[in-house]
Design a protein around this ligand. Structure first.
Ligand SMILES: [Zn+2]
Length: 293
């Protein structure tokens, strides 16, 4: 997660992520001067590279009342949904900016209602997850990834600036993470992803996957005439939660390859140790599995 729309995000972070086939979530402030001065990078560039935007409020200055909150939080969400093509109703991640006392004058109930109204999902806390602030070395940061792998859970790191290097660089972004820490961190993450230990994704995809998986139900409707029919459902709102889950299905030992269809999706899958691994959408229609050959 990258906070505050810094220059180093499009100058350093995004290009280094792209080189490694990785993405991140960028918590942007479309009302900040440095965002507006370089708006074309946010409007035309980063999301096309697969980067995901999240709501960090318009100006990062807080607000005095509920009307101010609606503008700071709601307008930022509207701008992201205008910049990035997609369905009108879709989830966005929200990250509350760090603010001094008196700059967040709404109740917890009003805040929760505001998030719900704008289809926003609050991200996990900054506590113990801030680069430079809490964690300094690539080893400490990679230990988070290793903990996610060990627990089959989720971990995250919140980064502000990344060190800018070059003849014309006169200043650094806030809490700039040194490149000799940042680049080995990315390499370490890429390595774990290549070994298929780690899924590197954005906050909303992780949230959707976990929400769907935790309430998913799988029923075998029929298994006859060499065809398996399976029903996958979950409790989450199908309008906002349509990310495919990964399924493992055990098949007869004679099967070498299977054809998996769901709706108009169709895929050939190799059988390994009697198992196939494939993606399916909860509530996306009956999954049909047939042998090939
Ligand atoms: Zn911030």
């Amino acid at each position: 997660m990258f906070d505050d729309s810094y220059l180093s995000h499009w100058q350093v972070a995004a290009p280094e992520l792209v080189k490694r086939g990785m993405i991140a979530t960028f918590y942007i402030n479309p009302g900040k001067a440095e965002y507006q001065k370089f708006a074309s990078h946010w409007e035309d560039e980063l999301w096309r590279q697969g980067m995901v935007y999240a709501d960090h409020t318009m100006t990062h200055q807080g607000f005095a009342d509920l009307d101010g909150a609606e503008h700071e939080i709601g307008d930022c969400a509207d701008i992201i949904r205008r910049i990035v093509p997609g369905p009108e109703r879709r989830l966005l991640s929200f990250g509350k900016p760090g603010l001094g006392p008196g700059h967040w004058n709404i109740s917890a109930e009003d805040f929760a209602a505001l998030l719900r109204r704008h289809d926003l999902i609050d991200r996990p806390t900054f506590d113990k997850h801030g680069a430079v602030y809490h964690l300094q070395s690539s080893e400490q940061m990679l230990a988070l990834a290793d903990r996610a792998i060990a627990t089959q859970g989720m971990e995250y790191l919140i980064i502000h600036g990344v060190e800018r290097i070059g003849p014309n660089v006169k200043w650094q972004d806030f809490w700039a993470l040194k490149q000799d820490v940042f680049l080995p961190l990315l390499d370490g993450l890429q390595q774990r992803q290549a070994q298929r230990q780690l899924w590197i994704t954005d906050h909303i995809s992780q949230h959707q996957y976990e929400t769907e998986r935790d309430s998913a139900e799988l029923r075998v409707r029929s298994a006859e005439d060499g065809t398996l029919r399976v029903e996958l459902t979950c409790q989450a709102d199908p309008l906002l939660y349509r990310l495919p889950l990964t399924l493992l299905t055990e098949l007869p030992s004679t099967w070498r390859e299977a054809l998996v269809t769901q709706g108009d999706r169709e895929k050939r899958v190799a059988v390994t140790d009697r198992l196939i691994r494939y993606d399916a959408i909860p509530g996306g229609g009956t999954i049909v599995v047939r042998p090939i050959g």
